[in-house]
Design a protein around this ligand. Structure first.
Ligand SMILES: C[S@@+](CC[C@H](N)C(=O)[O-])C[C@H]1O[C@@H](n2cnc3c(N)ncnc32)[C@H](O)[C@@H]1O
Ligand SMILES: Nc1nc2[nH]cc(C(=O)O)c2c(=O)[nH]1
Ligand code: SF4
Ligand SMILES: [Mg+2]
Length: 214
C-alpha cells in the first residue's frame, strides 16, 4: 500500500460537532469525495490538495501538541491508506475520530477510532449512495449523525431513529444545515416529539463563520 494521502488541509481548531464539541482538536481534511450532498460546506476539498506521506502528516499533527484528532474530508474512507494513518495515530495514543458520509464500509476502520457516521437523508440528494450495512456496524463508541435540510428530512430521520432504535446503539445527533434549517425550529420539533437525540449547531461556524481552516 502506498504510504501517502491527498490532503486539502491540516489545522488546529475547536471540535465544532459531535459529543466532542468544544475540545481543541487537530483536523486532517482528505481530498476527494464520491458524494455530492447539496449542502456540502467542504466542496473546496473535492479536488486539488497535495499528496503527502503519512510520515509528513504525522509530523504536522504532532506539531500542534494536541492529543485529539479528527480525520475528515471530502470522504476520508475513500482513500485506502487512511487506515494506515488511523493505526499510526492510535498506536501513538491519539484520541481519533473520523467523519464519514457513510458511502464506504466502516467495519474495516481501526476499532480504536470513533466513527461519526452520517445517515444521508432524502434532502441531501445522496441517500442512494449510502452503504446501509454501516448502520448495523455502529457500536457504542461511535455516533450517528443526521444533517437535516427541512421538516420533511426531520420527519424521515425521526421515524428512522424510532423504527430502528438507533439511540440504543450510539448517541444520535440531529444537525441543521447551516443557514437553511433554523436551529430553533429543529430544537422545538425534537422537544415536542420527546426524541432521544442531541440537537447540535456547528460551533465553529458560530465562532468564525463558514470558511476553510476553522
Ligand atoms: C464536510 S463532511 C466530511 C466528512 C464526510 N464526507 C461526511 O459527509 O460526513 C463533515 C460533516 O459536515 C456536515 N455538513 C456538511 N455541510 C454542512 C452544512 N452546510 N451544514 C451542516 N452540516 C454540514 C456533513 O453532513 C458531515 O456530517
Ligand atoms: N471546527 C470544526 N469542527 C469540525 N467537525 C467536523 C468538521 C468537518 O468538516 O468534518 C469540522 C470542521 O470543519 N471544523
Ligand atoms: S459526503 Fe461529506 S464531503 Fe462529501 S459531499 Fe457530502 S457532506 Fe460533502
Ligand atoms: Mg466542516
Amino acid at each position: 500500500m502506498r504510504e501517502e494521502l491527498r490532503i486539502t488541509e491540516i489545522f488546529h481548531s475547536l471540535q465544532g460537532e459531535t459529543s466532542r464539541m468544544g475540545l481543541p482538536t487537530v483536523f486532517v481534511r482528505l481530498t476527494g469525495c464520491p458524494m455530492r450532498c447539496g449542502y456540502c460546506d467542504s466542496a473546496y476539498a473535492f479536488t486539488g490538495g497535495k499528496t503527502q506521506s503519512i510520515d509528513a502528516i504525522m509530523q504536522q499533527i504532532r506539531s500542534f501538541s494536541c492529543n485529539t484528532v479528527c480525520v475528515t474530508g471530502g470522504e476520508p474512507l475513500a482513500q485506502k491508506p487512511v487506515h494506515l494513518l488511523f493505526k499510526r495515530l492510535c498506536d501513538e495514543g491519539f484520541d481519533v475520530s473520523v467523519e464519514t458520509g457513510g458511502g464506504q464500509p466502516i467495519d474495516c476502520v481501526d476499532p480504536r477510532v470513533s466513527r461519526i457516521l452520517d445517515i444521508k437523508t432524502p434532502g441531501s440528494g445522496e441517500m442512494h449512495n449510502m452503504h446501509w450495512p454501516n448502520v448495523d456496524a455502529v457500536t457504542a463508541g461511535d455516533e450517528i449523525k443526521f444533517v437535516l435540510v427541512d421538516r420533511s428530512d426531520y420527519e424521515w430521520a425521526r421515524d428512522k431513529v424510532i423504527a430502528e432504535k438507533l439511540n440504543e446503539r450510539a448517541p444520535v445527533i440531529f444537525s441543521p444545515v447551516w443557514e437553511t434549517l433554523k436551529p430553533v425550529d429543529l430544537a422545538e420539533w425534537v422537544i415536542a416529539d420527546k426524541l432521544p437525540v442531541r440537537v447540535q449547531v456547528q460551533l465553529h461556524k458560530i465562532l468564525w463563520g463558514e470558511k476553510p481552516g476553522v
